[in-house]
Design a protein around this ligand. Sequence first.
Ligand code: MRU
Length: 364
Amino acid sequence: MKINGKDTRTIWPAADGSGDVEILDQTLLPHRVEVVRLRSMADAARAISTMQVRGAPLIGATAAYGIALALREDASDATLASAHATLLATRPTAVNLAWALDQMTACLSPLPPAERYAAAMRRAAEICDEDVEICRRIGEHGLALIQMAQAKKPGERVNILTHCNAGWLATVDWGTAISPIYQAQAAGIDLHVWVDETRPRNQGASLTAFELGQQGVAHTIIADNTGGHLMQHGLVDLCIVGTDRTTRTGDVANKIGTYLKALAAADNGVPFYVALPSSTIDWTLRDGVAEIPIEQRDPAEVTRMTGRTGAGEVVTVDIAAPGSPAANYGFDVTPARLVTGLITERGVCAASEAGLAGLFPEWS
Ligand code: MRU
């Protein structure tokens, strides 16, 4: 996708051939577009835990390059194992992290140490390229759902609600939930996106709105509690969100607040779709509410906000009563019964064990 008209990915090997890796620092968006260089595994781990990179597929891609950066220093078994453990501990909910680390370890551990670093850079690049292709296909399958919504109201604009950022900034390119929207835009469908601001870190207001604006997609930022009202008044045709971990039974963990949107959608008969690459499916889990680990982050993310002053300075301010405690649950789980369908790289299926097994028989 584009920033200021220039094709950009969220992560790439530095063009100078140094072996360093570059990322867009998403903590600075939308106020500043800045590239940060990752020189070591520790840099990659820090980028994930501080959310310079975030979004399930991008976390996995960054961890893959983190392994390569560790092996550049020392390609021993011990370093491979400790880099895997350090990167795995950076964030708990998105299973793409474990998936990518397992891919890297399976590919590298059988190799002699002298061959590992080059192989790691190659495998990390492949993981990125695969993610781009998978997200493009998710977009194609999701486009059919937007076309169906369009067919129900010929000549009228299709309104889609999304939560958090599951656009290209959350992946290597294209996005998951937003990829169908980009494909629909390219197909000439008249559409508009309701963007949940997504407190506490405002990924909707700062990232989704930024990328939709850069691509010229019509959108409106709304306070997180607005979706139910819009649905009651027929102003949402469908919801599409992403997910950080989906169970084999179709329960989906996504950014905190997703569950409440799914409840409102069910109450109002609005289709609620979840878009995901298969690397987000945790085939070991059946009960999302009981089993998916939910990240709890610094309460200061709730009691403070960062923004740009009229003078152009980016500042962080306290917004809460001094001394009041805050809780910061990063994700919630939407049970499969509230999900109309899962949009994957292999097609759209019911959010159920049978639905997923139909598309991914190798896991059934
Ligand atoms: O905390 P974040 O910003 O990493 O959370 C991101 C989300 O919840 C996304 O919706 C999810 O990772 C799907 S990304 C394609």
